[in-house]
Design a protein around this ligand. Structure first.
Ligand code: FER
Length: 572
């Protein structure tokens, strides 16, 4: 078996060296590193471009593209046809980073070219467009658009290389643009799996860069293509674990890093040791969301047994973590079961409060700690730890904004989606013994916290496998409501809605395993908005479980019922 593997690896290496001769930066026909300037790149269409040192894929500079009036507006560079000959084939690559959209944005490295009369264009003249490379780019990390063999159309007379997006007008950064001879590996496309910082080596610096990305401030020089070791589509604690394992593996690990394959093999965690508390289902082995929710649906109940809401145990304490998005420390509470032991591994539940609330709001009144204590102790629930968050994420203020509600305040509530993914979960991974991956990560909350939980679950199903919204507040999709209208005089719901109605969905293959939504029939604050979310998900074909609580108000009564149902199935 071992022999077969090494024979397979050498085959890959041999195959790689036959077809790909690695090029160095010096071999490049064009290289833009944006160290200290724009290297001749200019705005295309209505956009602002500027040299920036805020982030860089390599070195310390990049080009920032902002104020784009259309998705095709971006940044471009005129290629001279003496060097880049029409009809010839070249290798292209460019690295891009976007941090403006929590959802992935589709980027294109494109070529605008003109043809003279009598060319391929029957109307003569005018611009034509070719797409060299394209990719969905997740928020917050560098991705490389690349094509090692693109032929410049033979009838092209002028050439403009440019970067654009589909639909989105988000700001972005560009760095490390290369054009090299065909058949040579573009330098930025030649990095090994695990070479997170693209410095040509897989070493401790990569682990440090990934850790900095996960837990702290740095957004510099971290690449998804080489850092996504579990091929899960994002950078997370699992990738760091796999990278550390790769580094520790020494020589046998080296083999793995010296192949020139570009698609990383999918690595699943080895089976968990006996001390593992949870079933720790490896990625991909869970039944589909549709099947799982069909199984859970008939078990939904409004009757919460008295013994589960009795007394609580475990340890609950306040702590502070550095929020990258807010750029200052924020407060939260953790709860761990009474028999918590670092030699076991736990699931993670993020619990979010209502508007005007803070990290202490969900500690009582909803039965959260009580039900977690009793249901975990009896084995009815999988073991988990809870982080009670303070969602409001604002560089200018700390803590809840209280009654001072503005549209800007809504944005800062919704920026929690960055805070939880970039800072809270990595902090929890560093400080408690928890399992990573969506199978082990859940998000739940009440009202505004239900809204944020739904929003996070819909937009980041790669992070959250289980979602529960008790009496979720409106506004993820356009809505109009007298609550805020009364508060503000006038309120622009279109302006603060995060998703269009038709985008409020998750495809079957990505859907969280569990989405539960509850609302009370006497809720005077959010009215029928919870039910509207449920109906919209149904309409968009996304499975979800709805519970209407007769005579339920806007309070922990509804919360206790839905959280009880949630705890029975979360992480299973
Ligand atoms: C609204 C009504 C209620 C709203 C938020 C809430 C965003 C939140 C209520 C709560 O958290 O208790 O229109 O707009």
């Amino acid at each position: 078996m071992k022999k077969q593997l090494s024979a397979f690896l050498s085959l890959l290496i041999a195959a790689g060296s036959l077809t790909l001769a690695p090029a160095s930066a010096a071999d490049a026909l064009l290289h833009a590193g944006f160290e200290g300037g724009l290297d001749g790149w200019t705005a295309r269409g209505t956009a602002t471009v500027a040299a920036s040192t805020a982030v860089a894929a390599k070195g310390s500079g990049s080009a920032a593209v902002t104020s784009r009036s259309e998705s095709w507006c971006g940044i471009g560079y005129t290629l001279d046809t003496a060097t880049f000959k029409p009809g010839s084939t070249y290798s292209f690559s460019a690295s891009v980073l976007q941090q403006g959209s929590p959802m992935a944005v589709h980027f294109k490295l494109s070529l605008e070219y003109t043809t003279g009369g009598g060319g391929a264009n029957p109307f003569g003249g005018g611009s034509q467009y070719g797409h060299i490379a394209e990719k969905d780019v997740a928020s917050g990390m560098w991705a490389t658009l690349e094509n090692s063999s693109y032929q410049i159309p033979s009838d092209a007379q002028t050439l403009l290389l440019y970067i654009e997006t589909d639909e989105s007008k988000t700001d972005f950064y560009v760095d490390e643009v290369y054009i090299t001879e065909e058949g040579s590996t573009v330098p930025s496309g030649d990095f090994k799996r695990g070479d997170v910082n693209h410095d040509g080596k897989v070493d401790a610096k990569d682990a440090a860069a990934l850790r900095d990305y996960l837990i702290a401030k740095s957004k510099t020089g971290v690449f998804l293509d080489t850092g996504d070791l579990d091929a899960g589509g994002s950078l997370n604690g699992k990738d760091l674990t796999l990278l550390k394992r790769l580094l520790l593996a020494g020589t046998s690990g080296q083999n793995e890093t010296t192949t020139t394959t570009t698609t990383p093999p999918v690595i699943t965690d080895p089976p968990q040791s006996q001390t593992t508390v949870s079933s720790d289902t490896p990625s991909g082995e869970h039944m589909s969301a549709k099947e799982f929710m069909a199984k859970v649906s008939p078990t939904m109940t409004q009757d919460v047994p008295g013994n589960v809401t009795g007394s609580k145990s475990g340890e609950c304490k306040h702590f502070e973590y550095f929020s990258k998005k807010a750029n200052h420390n924020k407060g939260a509470y953790y709860w761990i079961p009474s028999d918590y032991s670092p030699s076991k591994k736990y699931n993670l539940l993020i619990m979010n409060h209502g508007i005007f609330g803070d990290e202490s709001s969900m500690l009582s009144g909803f039965g959260v700690q009580e039900m977690a204590s009793n249901m975990i102790a009896s084995g009815e629930a999988e073991p988990f730890i809870i982080i009670f968050t303070q969602m409001y994420t604002d560089p200018n203020t700390n803590g809840s904004p209280g009654f001072n509600i503005t549209m800007d305040v809504m944005d800062k509530y919704d920026d929690f989606i960055y805070d939880v993914v970039e800072s809270i979960i990595p902090y929890a991974q560093e400080h408690w013994s928890i399992m990573t991956g969506r199978e082990h990560t859940a998000i739940a909350g009440f009202s505004m916290g239900g809204r944020e939980s739904l929003y996070c679950g819909i937009v980041r199903p790669d992070v959250f496998g289980y979602v529960c919204a008790s009496s979720p507040a409106p506004g993820i999709v356009p809505a109009s409501d007298s609550f805020l209208a009364n508060h503000l005089g006038s309120y622009n719901w279109e302006r603060t809605a995060r998703l269009k109605n038709e985008d409020f969905k998750v495809s079957d293959d990505k859907c969280p395993y569990l989405i539960m939504i509850a609302g009370g029939t006497n809720d005077g604050v959010v009215g029928t908005f919870p039910q509207q979310y449920h109906e919209l998900l149904d309409k968009n074909g996304t499975p979800n479980l709805w519970m209407s609580v007769p005579n339920g108000g806007h309070d922990g009564g509804v919360g206790t019922k839905i959280f009880y149902n949630f705890f029975r199935w979360v992480f299973k």
